[in-house]
Design a protein around this ligand. Structure first.
Ligand code: NAP
Ligand code: GLV
Length: 309
């Protein structure tokens, strides 16, 4: 069995060594143009040339949860695509989102500024029930995040495409549930995949539906958010601010107004990193299962290309 590795912005060597250790007997190689045909591909944002050249793939494994860098390419017909299924990302995402929500709710940013200015000052405690959190996307990551927020007694609601039940979380679904979800939300967390249905979902008319003093936490993709609408709504006072981990162009261009906005907190696409060891173990386990006859359909993380995630 031959496995080819083609991951943009990723150091190949440790992945190749890890995959070799996890799949003894398989030929594991970094892809170069003209490389021999492989059975399986391990990829992150590969070039179109890679997909066009690799004509005998039985399956493609993405070393991330989001597959939007692949679905925008011409994918080989009939080749299953499998994304990471958690692999250590959901706990990181829960940490990041709880941190962002609590930092805003407890005004830790304002306390940091006061302390930096040598001020010993108190703020009136906020009332938790005034800060309902709405999580868009109740998949592997969104569900973990919603459950973690419940541990801090925030009122939490979630929105997904199909109807869901998550203990302690008020669940809305589909277009029919979207307006009620938004109007019940003050802190909006985006954990949707980027698809034609979800692109630009956070824009003026949707963000205006949030409760006054709304706050945005985007940890999904930059394409979900209309940047200028967010800035206009913060500057008009309708929104209190945002914590953003993902951007339309990454790295965020130096002239982008997000860099210097006092009410926007940025991180460089780091809320839930791909963990190499966990990811190799997951992918190698799936390749071994396939080799012993398990069908693709029973693998967690199999992407439904019609839905785009
Ligand atoms: P997932 O398990 O596929 O969950 C996606 C959720 O979104 C599902 O609940 C799905 O609804 C819902 N959804 C999809 N389209 C929708 C629509 N049109 N309307 C309403 N709900 C919709 O994905 P995941 O593993 O949780 O990951 C989510 C995203 O997080 C990834 O796609 C990626 O872009 C992003 N991510 C970011 C980072 C980072 O470091 N910033 C790291 C990892 C992932 P159903 O349940 O009904 O299908
Ligand atoms: C990271 O953004 C991922 O999709 O895993």
């Amino acid at each position: 069995m031959r496995v080819t590795f083609c991951c943009t912005d990723t150091k190949a060597q440790p992945w190749l060594e890890g995959l070799k250790a996890a799949l003894p007997g398989a030929e594991i190689e970094g892809w170069k143009p003209g490389a021999p045909a492989a059975d399986y591909a391990v990829v992150w944002a590969p070039p179109q040339q890679f997909l066009d050249e690799q004509k005998q793939l039985k399956g493609i494994f993405n070393i991330g949860a989001g597959v939007d860098a692949l679905t925008k390419l011409r994918l080989p017909a009939g080749v299953p695509l499998v994304r990471l299924d958690d692999a250590g990302m959901s706990v990181q995402m829960a940490e990041y989102v709880c941190h962002a929500v609590i930092r805003h709710f407890r005004e830790f940013d304002a306390y940091e500024a006061d302390v930096a200015a040598g001020k010993w000052s108190y703020r009136k405690p906020s009332t938790r029930s005034d800060f309902p959190v709405g999580v868009m996307g109740l998949g592997v990551l969104g569900t973990r995040v919603a459950q973690a927020l419940r541990q801090f007694d925030f009122p939490v609601q979630g929105w997904s495409r199909s109807a869901k039940t998550v203990a302690g979380v008020q669940c809305f679904s589909g277009d029919a549930g979207f307006q009620d979800f938004l109007s019940a939300t003050r802190i909006l967390v985006c954990l949707l995949p980027l698809t034609p249905d979800t692109e630009n979902i956070m824009r003026r008319d949707t963000l205006q539906k949030l409760r006054p003093g709304g706050y945005v936490v985007n940890v999904a993709r930059g394409g979900h958010l209309v940047d200028e609408d967010l800035i206009a709504l913060i500057d008009s006072g309708h929104l209190a601010g945002a914590t953003l981990d993902v951007f339309r162009t990454e790295p965020l261009p130096p002239a982008h107004p997000f860099w210097n906005h006092s009410k926007i907190t940025l991180t460089p696409h780091t809320s839930a990193r791909t963990l190499r060891d966990e990811s190799i173990a997951q992918i190698a386990g799936k390749i071994r299962a396939l080799s012993s006859g398990t069908p693709f359909a029973s693998l967690a993380g199999l992407v439904d290309l019609k839905k785009g995630y």
